[in-house]
Write a protein that binds this ligand. Structure first.
Ligand code: FES
Length: 192
């Protein structure tokens, strides 16, 4: 026997479901696409540079140079010329580079170091854990002391910006940007 109350309840629930389905609030609507707005707002907070995208906002020491190279004729290196383009022992091919005997006093070893190689690189090639930070001549982390006299009598510095004339004359050097041009002895881990 059919229960009229059950039928009525079933009909009522069906109507409720149908009503909810066609109500506005139950329909899913995709949110407005604001990605373009977000991108534009973000771009407005970053300073403009002369370099073309995408390399112009690279972070770190190598980013600027990489961006400039990627920028070709528009890069600042092309216009003004910087240390990266300077000629020097660092730009010599390996088969043309002369070598010198460098005594590393604290390490107790004498190495043949090519004139296109830095003192820091030569030590690292031996597996020595020599100190460094910027590798661009802009700190004193890689400092060393030439025991034979003024450091620039024995080394060519490529872009060192930390040592004064007096300190250079006292024999101090930044090994990360120092290329040998004569035989000499050096104490690593020494800064003025
Ligand atoms: S590591 Fe900074 S000057 Fe050499």
């Amino acid at each position: 026997m059919v229960d009229p109350l059950g039928v009525a309840l079933g009909v009522f629930l069906t109507l409720v479901v149908v009503a909810v389905h066609f109500t506005r609030g139950a329909t899913w609507r995709a949110p407005e696409d604001i990605s373009q707005q977000v991108l534009e707002r973000r771009a407005a907070t970053v300073a403009e540079t002369g370099f073309p995208e995408p390399g112009n906002r690279a972070i770190g020491a190598g980013g600027g140079a990489a961006a400039a190279v990627a920028g070709g004729a528009e890069g600042e290196l092309e216009e003004g010329g910087t240390e990266a383009e300077e000629e020097g022992p660092w730009s010599l091919p390996d088969d043309e580079a002369e070598t010198f005997e460098i005594e590393f006093v604290k390490e107790g070893a004498t190495l043949e170091v090519a004139e296109n190689e830095t003192i820091l690189e030569a030590g690292e090639d031996e597996g020595w854990d020599l100190p460094y930070a910027c590798r661009e001549g802009q700190c004193l982390s890689c400092g060393g002391h030439v025991t034979d006299g003024p450091s620039e009598d024995f080394l060519v510095h490529h872009g060192q910006e930390m040592l004064s004339e007096d300190e250079l004359n006292d024999g101090y050097t930044l090994t990360c940007v120092a290329y040998p041009k004569a035989d000499f002895s050096i104490e690593t881990r020494e800064a003025p």
